[in-house]
Design a protein around this ligand. Structure first.
Ligand SMILES: Cc1ncc(COP(=O)(O)O)c(C=O)c1O
Length: 413
């Protein structure tokens, strides 16, 4: 079997730039270097034209109109603008000591780029509910409905979870918010470009996504802001030249935006075939691991997940040791963004996975460049590494002898 090492299976953390995207971007570094805000000469017009084209490509991918796309530096900024800008615009007035500025509903399994802006708003007088989904990891309409209050002003629920790939009831939650007249934002960073999106059908007011998760460049993202039924307004969080209809000042990253647009176009064209191919590979990976190893668990709902993501706990094996034991395979234990610390993943904890199993989990993120040979090699490596580590584990031996380890009373001397 011929594979080139290392193998990249961490596409939820970031994706490579598609060569077709790079090719589109290159002229905008050099001969087409104009500022899209320069309205009085050709250099500016060429840049503006390129930005407009990208805006149409981005809008088309999510069923929006070009005017509803605001360029940002990525999903972190899009989320901050949607949440802080939305809360400031729709806060309850007049504010009194008894009634806070308004209530926000989000979930405990969001990315930090949602959790932390909401926590900051709490310090500034807003109230918030962090929904904890059940063991299948899915946030549903009824969870949001039960948390709704008179003073709820904003709901922010991610579409696909970055650690497990589980898919929340976003269209249904959107419909609920629409009924109640509450602003609805979704962090769709892991969803858009992989799954079909239509902001009209799916009842979305604000939607964040990012270039580097869809085979575009890093440092560029977009926020969809609904313009009709209802017209959504936001308070800008960055002041300056009034670019992007005043929502986001700052000279546009023309090169990045051109890449983002092209990446959106390719996703729209190739999504269906990528999805089918990657789902088959992911299922092969899961099935083979299940057949060859015992005490493994797929975290989150077994089917309602992104086609290319799986998060697996391997009992009696430490995730970090397993990663070391697999030769030449780049995966992630916990979330890439929190793996600097060795805390078990807060996402897995929130759905009730115990510390032990959370520490033993790996996320496999397949992508456009993943081949079947790479998956076959990965299966071999995972099985060999798990067997090797378990051979050194007295706890695994006890488990095999039928001893229930959770019931053992360890003596302390
Ligand atoms: C769900 C989710 N939201 C937000 C982000 C942050 O995106 P960006 O890197 O574009 O700021 C990520 C990236 O890991 C993500 O997975």
């Amino acid at each position: 079997m011929s594979v080139t090492l290392p193998i990249y299976l961490d596409h939820n953390a970031t994706t490579p730039v598609d060569p077709r995207v790079l090719e589109e971007m290159l002229p905008y570094f050099t001969e087409k270097f104009g500022n899209a805000a320069s309205r009085n000469h050709q250099f500016g017009w060429a840049a503006e034209e390129a930005v407009d084209r990208a805006r149409a490509q981005a809008a088309s991918l999510i069923g929006a109109s070009s005017k509803e796309i605001i360029w940002t530096s990525g999903s972190t900024e899009s989320n901050n603008l949607a949440i802080k800008g939305g809360a400031a615009m729709y806060e309850k007035a007049p504010r009194t000591a008894e009634s806070g500025r308004g209530h926000i509903i989000t979930s405990a399994i969001e990315h930090k780029a949602v959790l932390d802006p909401v926590k900051r708003l709490m310090r500034e007088g807003f109230d918030a509910t962090f929904l904890e989904p059940p063991a299948d990891g899915i946030v549903r309409r009824e969870h949001v409905e039960a948390a709704m209050r008179e003073d709820t002003i904003l709901v922010s629920i991610m579409w696909a979870n970055n650690e497990m790939g589980t898919l929340n009831d976003v269209p249904e939650i959107g419909a609920l918010c629409r009924d109640r007249g509450v602003l609805f934002h979704t962090d769709a960073t892991q969803w858009v470009g992989k799954m079909p999106t239509d902001v009209e059908r799916d009842n979305i007011d604000l939607l964040s996504w990012s270039g580097h998760k869809i085979y575009g460049p890093k440092g560029v993202g977009a926020l969809y802001v609904r313009r009709r039924k209802p017209r959504v307004r936001l308070v800008a969080i960055q002041d300056g030249g009034g670019h992007e209809r005043g929502f986001r000042s700052g000279t546009l990253n023309v090169t990045g935006i051109v890449g983002f647009g092209k990446a959106c176009e390719l996703c729209e064209q190739e999504m269906d075939q990528d999805r089918e191919r990657l789902l088959a590979l992911r299922q092969k990976l899961e099935r083979s691991i299940h057949e060859q190893l015992d005490v493994v668990q797929i975290n989150g709902h077994p089917e309602r997940r992104l086609p290319q993501t799986t998060n697996i706990s391997f009992g009696f094996v430490e995730g970090e040791s397993l990663m070391m034991g697999m030769k030449g395979i780049a995966v992630s234990s916990g979330s890439a963004c929190t793996s600097a610390s060795l805390e078990p993943s807060y996402v897995l904890k929130a759905i009730g996975v115990g510390d032990e199993l959370a520490h033993s989990s790996l996320r496999f993120g397949l992508g456009r460049i993943t081949t079947e040979q790479e998956i076959d090699y990965t299966i071999e490596q995972v099985v060999a590494a798990v067997n090797h580590l378990r051979a050194m584990s007295p706890l695994y031996d006890m488990h095999k002898e039928g001893i229930d380890i959770s019931k053992i009373e360890w003596s302390h001397h």
